[in-house]
Ligand binder design. Structure first.
Ligand SMILES: C[S@@+](CC[C@H](N)C(=O)[O-])C[C@H]1O[C@@H](n2cnc3c(N)ncnc32)[C@H](O)[C@@H]1O
Length: 242
């Protein structure tokens, strides 16, 4: 994924930020964000004074984020690591995994990620993730053709970029393809595609894994307004503690 395209697209969607900021204020510092990407969430927390570490396995995403860090203090620390196998030799008051990334890991990877999370939490520290609600994805037709979603301005060229998506769903996996079409003034179109595959596990499977590594499940929400999780909720947001 091109970091500048990812960032321009995803910073159009900031409805989850108040939730993460409130959690950060409640749990305190230091904070570790797994899969921090270009810093959509991390920079928002750092800008209001939180001590943050951002972890991602894509050096290009972190290089883009590093440019955005500028003179923010306290300066966030960025590390290139796999969230399923990391040891930072320190513990955090809060570990977060936002933006639908946890469900892209296989069950074995999820367990190994959670074991790392446990080791990196202070006693009493909190862990939270947000993923799409599998029940809702399972209720959709098995596939959908390309549909227009929205548009943004290319941050470097100033050209419009149209975003569309298609998906293919089985009983176990939801494969989503994003198409980014940059429209040049001479009529040329450059297409970038990005793939994301979400494992469609029951909610209980996530709760069981949290407990399996020794975490205590504190809350499950169905949206970022902290509404109750129900079968029709758009997402599953879990908060657990060590
Ligand atoms: C959907 S983006 C989310 C970025 C950011 N958290 C946000 O809210 O905008 C997912 C990020 O997770 C990273 N990622 C995916 N699998 C990973 C892994 N196994 N270890 C570390 N980072 C990973 C990707 O490189 C990408 O930057």
């Amino acid at each position: 994924m091109l970091p500048e395209i990812y960032h321009a697209h995803h910073t159009m969607h900031l409805e989850d930020l108040p939730f993460w900021l409130e959690l950060a204020d409640m749990a305190g510092d230091p904070i570790l964000e797994l899969g921090c990407g270009t810093g959509r969430v991390l920079l928002s927390m750092a800008k209001v004074g939180h001590h943050c570490v951002g972890l991602d396995n894509d050096p290009a995403m972190l290089a883009y984020l590093q440019q955005g860090v500028g003179s923010i203090t306290p300066t966030p620390l960025l590390v290139v690591e796999d969230m399923c196998r990391f040891n930072l030799h320190r513990q955090f008051s809060l570990v977060i995994l936002p933006c639908n990334t946890f469900s892209t890991l296989s069950e074995a990877q999820q367990l190994s990620c959670l074991a790392c999370v446990y080791e990196h939490l202070k006693p009493g520290g909190f862990f939270a993730f947000s993923i799409p609600n599998s029940q809702v994805l399972l209720s959709l037709p098995a596939r959908a053709g390309v549909e227009y979603e929205e548009a943004f301005t290319h941050p470097q060229t100033g050209n419009p970029v149209q975003v569309s998506s298609s998906y293919h769903r089985t009983k176990k996996l939801f494969r989503l393809t994003w198409y980014y079409d940059e429209l040049h003034p001479d009529g040329r179109v450059d297409r970038f595609t990005a793939l994301a595959a979400h494992y469609l596990l029951p909610t209980q499977a996530y709760l069981d894994k949290l407990r399996q590594v020794g975490l205590v499940v504190n809350a499950q929400y169905g949206d970022f307004d902290r509404s109750e999780f129900v079968d029709e909720s758009p997402c599953l947001i879990c908060i657990a503690s060590r």
